[in-house]
Design a protein around this ligand. Structure first.
Ligand code: S3P
Length: 168
């Protein structure tokens, strides 16, 4: 099955975007772009290195550029974004203007925290209190930019991928 449009997954760290994206790509035989990975490939740096050497705003620019590149591919794909894609106007406009289905994997904070654990690769989840503040501040942006919402606390990534076509 080909997708009619690109599908973009959004959601907080730990919502399962990369896992769902990979599983959906396998199941529906569509290309998969993981924006965090695309940024690592294009810059040759790890995410913590980009944050510490160039700063968060530079990372934000890289990630939206990578999203735009992925959207430019003619063949429809599934695209997993980083959890902070909605934090800049540039990112939000890109999501709104994309000819794509934007799917928010909505997760509660406790589930996200349990899944992320102590991952050194996520500079913005090193302090749980700060991560919780980010989580609260971002909810409205995930809600406003998405057309579809999937409960990613109740459903595992495997379950979401299994029924993915019914969400669109
Ligand atoms: C970030 C989420 C990460 C990654 C970076 C910043 C964020 O991606 O892009 O560490 O600001 O929420 P995941 O959502 O895939 O963890």
């Amino acid at each position: 099955m080909e997708f009619q449009r690109h599908v973009i997954l959004t959601g907080f760290m730990g919502s399962g975007k990369s896992t769902v994206g990979e599983l959906v790509a396998q199941k529906f035989h569509v290309p998969f772009y993981d924006i965090d990975q695309e940024v690592v490939n294009s810059t040759g740096m790890t995410i913590p290195d980009i944050f510490s050497r160039e700063g968060e705003s530079s990372f934000r620019q890289h990630e939206v550029d990578a999203l735009r590149d992925a959207l430019n591919h003619e063949r429809s794909s599934i695209i997993s974004t980083g959890g902070g894609i909605i934090t800049t106007e540039y990112g939000r406009q890109t999501l709104k203007q994309a000819n794509a289905h934007v799917v928010w994997l909505e997760v509660d904070f406790e589930t996200a925290k349990a899944r992320v654990g102590e991952d050194p690769n996520r500079p913005l989840f090193q302090d749980v209190k700060k991560a919780h503040e980010l989580f609260r501040a971002r909810q409205c942006h995930y809600r406003r930019t998405a057309r579809f919402v999937v409960d990613a606390s109740k459903n595992t990534p495997e379950e979401i991928a299994e029924h993915f076509d019914t969400y669109l």
